[in-house]
Ligand binder design. Sequence first.
Ligand code: NAD
Length: 490
Amino acid sequence: MSITKPYDLPCIENLVGGELLAPAMGGYIENIEPATGQVYGLTPNSCQKDLNLAIEAAEKAFSLWANTPAETKAKILNKLADLIEQNQNELAKAEAVDNGKPITLAKNVDIYRAAANIRFFAQACTQFSSESHAVENTAINYTLRQPLGVVACISPWNLPLYLFTWKIAPALATGNCVIAKPSEVTPMTAYLFSKLCIEAGLPAGVLNILHGSGATIGADLVKHPKIKAISFTGGSNTGVAIKQATADQHKKLSLELGGKNPTLVFADCDFDRTVNEVARAAFANQGQICLCGSRIYIENNIYKEFTEALVKKVEELVIGDPLDETTQFGALVSKQHMHKVLSYIELAKKEGGEILTGGEQIKLEGRCSDGYFVQPTIIAGLKNNCRTNQEEIFGPVCTIQGFGSDEQALALANDSKYGLATSIWSQDISRCHRLAQQIETGIVWINCWLLRDLRTPFGGMKASGSGREGGLEAMRFFTEPKNVCVQFKD
Ligand code: NAD
């Protein structure tokens, strides 16, 4: 719901044409701290007028930026990464307040990775090259890879600055100008980032950041005829809406969507390490990472022992104020999301699930007494085809089931409309490689989870999306290949 600025709260601003601006029509959205449930600021609810100004600024900047030498682009991007590192404490605190995630996670993962993303693509732009194909004694083809023009980058709330920079950095490194829209649920670090972009000397109009709701400015942005490509991360339904809205416009689309990821635990795994990592994979960021392993399959002959150890591990998690450095498990991102998660726990009970641990909202004392906290929850006794096991919950809820053979484990893992990530835990490396080939997900981790190398293709199959981010995949997505064929003279 859009409101006009009603009272004296700090206001976030858009970045348009190198300046920080209030929204043209004065509409705002309340920004709520999930750990306290209190409104602590206002976010612009941008409109078509803001979008037109941003497009104009981006188009004006395009020729200069596209023709800026790679070394100069890299220098500016590296300066930006330096500034993120220098301001990591302020950024981590802002992320923890805005999102509800533990401040140590924000610092060591989100903000660390935001700087790493920018630095990685700063280097990539100086290393990027294109192909050449020779036809013996006859001709040579070479492929130009040119920037697309003005592109859109749209990101979700779960890893706010981390995923925002993951898209913006390759788009800028390849010479495009960008209109970026962070999630309206967690806009704060994108705003602080706007200020750092100005300080780093990014030329005016090269990156424009518009805040606001997905249904209004998000929908207008993707449909704008000047937008040549859309890099989107968010829910699968939103991905479909973007595909449909742009179907007749021939835009390039990179869609990173939802997941319902399987974790396969075999009897020969490194037991203690696997318990720790499977717990982390299920509950990091309160289970609000698209890659979290929320369907855990355990080989029957260690099912009881592993389940008991997993429950014990999860019950040891320190739940508390995200701003407390000792907190390991914070708040869910919003009241609406908390109610969605709690409704899935109720559904699981109706479907015959047994709650092994968790299952309830948590009421903390003091500052966080009105916060959106839900216990990390493990559910057993459900069939694979029930809604709890088929629909994305995107919260601190995982299910466990047993399996008797590799074939059964594979069938259970692949029995999902999603196809983002799998983790396999076994010391039989032949089995791991064989399963990795047969599993229908874009990412497979063997005896690890969330171990990232920014050069690798990142993305999902089936309802988890289309296209890949990361390394060369991202550099290629944000450029148009044009083949030039030259025949030799006889
Ligand atoms: P969401 O789809 O509601 O919103 C994502 C972004 O899209 C937000 O900025 C939102 O404002 C915008 N948006 C919403 N409707 C739009 C429209 N019609 N047109 C254009 N933009 C629109 O998703 P969310 O709730 O913010 O994030 C959670 C989802 O993101 C989960 O499904 C999660 O799995 C997914 N996710 C996927 C990945 C991945 O890499 N595959 C990573 C993180 C999160």
